[in-house]
Design a binder for this molecule. Structure first.
Ligand SMILES: [Zn+2]
Length: 153
């Protein structure tokens, strides 16, 4: 069989397949698909993080505005209470959703071993933070450090 392959100038793989299998081209196409998928995920994560900002900003402004109205304008007390409750609910609902987006969009990078990972919602929720940089425990090296939010893996 190897001699036959040599005469025909094909590989054994081609002989069994009954056609010339272009492996190099296959790998290239696969690689291009992977790159495209990575690019799309990055783009989607970027849009999600923008949305997080919009949700955070809108719910904070709503909260502050309602508390301000309830504090300074003339109205009956039960209306004040309703406004404050609505303000709180909007704020808490907004923050829960904004945090969910921050947890799933992109990755956190360990500043010790540079491992990139998606942490659990609970660990993000309880972590200290400065903007999107959070004090988290890396699942790879188990060290606690300030982990930056990154979009590429
Ligand atoms: Zn680490």
């Amino acid at each position: 069989m190897p001699e036959l392959c040599e005469i025909l100038d094909v590989s054994i793989n081609d002989l069994f397949s009954g056609e010339i299998v272009d492996m190099k081209n296959n790998e290239k196409v696969l690689e291009e698909h992977l790159l495209e998928m990575t690019r799309l995920k990055e783009e989607k994560d970027r849009q999600l993080l923008n949305l997080e900002w919009v949700i955070g900003f809108t719910s904070s402004i709503t909260f502050i505005t309602l508390i301000f109205i309830a504090s300074y304008l003339q109205m009956q007390d039960y209306i004040r209470i309703i406004l404050i409750v609505i303000g709180f609910i909007t704020f808490i609902f907004g923050m829960i959703n904004a945090l969910k987006i921050e947890q799933v969009a992109g990755y956190y990078e360990c500043s010790e071993c540079h491992h990139k990972y998606v942490p659990t919602y609970k660990s993000v929720f309880i972590a200290m933070h400065m903007g999107r940089t959070r004090y988290l425990k890396c699942p790879k090296c188990n060290k606690k450090s300030w982990n930056k939010k990154v979009l590429t893996k």
